[in-house]
Write a protein that binds this ligand. Structure first.
Ligand code: URA
Ligand code: CA
Length: 409
C-alpha cells in the first residue's frame, strides 16, 4: 500500500477500504505521513465525500487510536451530550446538574474555545479555583457520587481526532460531513456513555449552514451510534441567533446560574429539551413525561443544589467570580422592532473583545463578555440599551459597524 495511490483513488471518487484508511490515518498519527499528504487526502474526502461504510471505518480507526471507556458496566444511566458548536451555548453547565438531580450520570469531557466558538472548559475555568484536570479516579468517582463531573479532554481520548482536527482547521476541510461525523462520534463512543444526545446546529453561527446538511449529518451520527449499540438521538436546532443572551466566560456561568434559578428564556427551553431527551432514552420513559421531570429538577432547586456541589467539589469559588470592570452600553438610534441578531457577528464581536482564542497561544480574559439586552421581536425606543459590553479597559476601539448586527426595522 502507498499513500499516493490512496490519495489518487479518493481523488478519483473511489471508496477506500478499512485498511487503506488505517494505513493513511495511523501513518499520519505516528508521523510517517506528512501534513501535506494528509491535507491532500482530507481535501479529496471533503470534495468527493465518503460512503457510510468508509465513515464507519474511519470512526473505528479514530476510536482505536486512544483510550476507550465503557460506562454501561459501571453506571446504570450513563448519558452524554454534544453540541456541534455555537454562540452563547452554555448548556453543559446547566444540563449536567439537571441530569444529576434526576439520577442520571454524566461524565463530561469538554473542549476549550477556539476561533469563534466558546468552550465549556474555559467557561468553567473562569470560576477561580475550578479544576478542569481531574484524574481518571477523581472524575469517575465524582460521577458516581454526584452524578456529574466535568474535565478537559484527556490527551489520550481519540488522539487521532485531535491531530486531524487541527489540520482540518487550517486546510479548509472542517465542513466535510463524514469527517465531522467520525470526529464527533469517535469521541462520544470512546467516552463510553450508553445514551447520547447530539445537538446539531445549523445557521450563520454554526459549522453547518443549512438544515438539509444538518439532517444528513444527523442520520449519519445515528447510524454510527447503532453500529456501536449506543442509543443516539439528535436534535436539529438553528444557530442563526445566539442561544443565550450572555456571551463570554464568567458571564455565561452567571447566566447558567440564572437559568438554574428558573429564568425562562431560549437557553432554559433548550436545556429542558435536551435533558428530557436524555432522561427518556436512559430510563425508557415517554418524552412528555420526561419533560415534566426536567422542569421539576429546576423548580425544586435540586439542579441548582447539584450545580453548587459540583463547583465546590471541583474546587471552584463562585464568590470570587469576576466580570470585567469597564461597562459599555450600546443604545439604539431609532424606534422599531428587533428583526435580526446575527449569531456569527455576535461571535465576531465577542472574539474582538477577547472572549475566545483566535490563535492557539492567545490568552483569554475570562472576565470579558457581552449581554444582549434585547431579543428578536422586541420593540425598542430611541436610546434604549440593546447590548452591554464588559471590557477589561478602554483600549478597544469600536465603530457602528461592530454593533449593526442587531437589526432594528
Ligand atoms: N465538533 C467536533 O468535535 N468535530 C468536528 O469535526 C466538528 C464539530
Ligand atoms: Ca438503554
Amino acid at each position: 500500500m502507498n499513500i499516493l495511490s490512496i490519495i489518487t483513488r479518493k481523488k478519483n471518487g473511489n471508496n477506500l477500504s478499512y485498511d487503506e484508511l488505517k494505513y493513511a490515518f495511523n501513518g499520519y498519527l505516528n508521523g510517517e505521513i506528512p501534513d501535506y499528504q494528509m491535507s491532500s487526502l482530507l481535501m479529496a474526502i471533503t470534495i468527493n465525500g465518503m460512503s457510510k461504510s468508509e465513515t464507519l471505518s474511519l470512526t473505528d480507526i479514530f476510536i482505536r487510536s486512544g483510550d476507550a471507556y465503557d460506562l454501561s458496566k459501571v453506571m446504570e444511566y450513563s448519558v452524554d451530550k454534544h453540541s456541534t458548536g455555537g454562540v452563547g451555548d452554555t448548556t453543559t453547565l446547566i444540563i449536567g446538574p439537571m441530569c444529576a438531580a434526576l439520577g442520571l450520570h454524566m461524565a463530561k469531557m469538554s473542549g476549550r474555545s477556539l476561533g469563534l466558538t466558546g468552550g465549556t472548559i474555559d467557561k468553567a475555568e473562569s470560576i477561580p479555583g475550578f479544576n478542569v484536570n481531574l484524574s481518571e479516579d477523581e472524575f469517575y468517582s465524582q460521577v458516581e457520587k454526584l452524578g456529574f463531573a466535568l474535565t478537559a479532554q484527556t490527551k489520550n481520548l481519540v488522539p487521532l481526532d485531535k491531530k486531524i482536527y487541527e489540520l482540518r482547521d487550517v486546510t479548509g476541510t472542517v465542513e466535510s460531513i463524514p469527517l465531522i461525523a467520525s470526529s464527533i462520534m469517535s469521541k462520544k463512543i470512546a467516552s463510553g456513555a450508553e445514551n447520547i444526545l447530539i445537538d446539531v446546529k445549523y445557521g450563520s453561527g454554526a459549522l453547518i449552514k443549512t438544515r438539509e446538511d444538518a439532517e444528513v449529518l444527523s442520520n449519519l451520527l445515528i447510524d454510527i451510534g447503532d453500529a456501536y449499540k449506543r442509543n443516539v438521538k439528535t436534535i436539529i436546532s438553528d444557530m442563526n441567533t445566539p442561544l443565550s443572551c450572555a456571551v463570554g466566560n464568567s458571564i455565561e456561568v452567571i447566566e447558567a446560574i440564572n437559568v438554574l434559578h428558573g429564568k425562562k428564556c431560549k437557553l432554559y427551553d433548550a436545556c429542558v429539551d435536551i435533558v428530557a431527551n436524555l432522561l427518556s432514552m436512559a430510563k425508557d420513559i415517554p418524552y412528555n413525561e420526561a419533560i415534566i421531570h426536567a422542569e421539576q429538577s429546576i423548580e425544586t432547586g435540586n439542579a441548582l443544589k447539584k450545580f453548587y456541589e459540583f463547583v465546590s467539589r471541583q474546587g471552584g469559588k463562585l464568590g470570587n467570580l469576576e466580570v470585567a470592570p469597564v461597562e459599555v452600553k450600546v443604545r439604539t438610534k431609532h424606534d422599531g422592532k428587533v428583526s435580526e441578531i446575527d449569531a456569527l457577528k455576535v461571535a465576531e464581536l465577542a472574539a474582538k473583545i477577547g472572549t475566545s482564542k483566535m490563535k492557539i497561544d492567545d490568552v483569554i480574559d475570562y472576565r470579558v463578555g457581552l449581554i444582549l439586552n434585547v431579543k428578536v421581536g422586541d420593540q425598542v425606543k430611541y436610546g434604549d440599551v440593546i447590548m452591554t459590553l464588559y471590557l477589561k479597559d478602554k483600549s478597544i476601539k469600536f465603530d457602528n459597524n461592530d454593533f449593526s448586527f442587531i437589526k432594528i426595522d
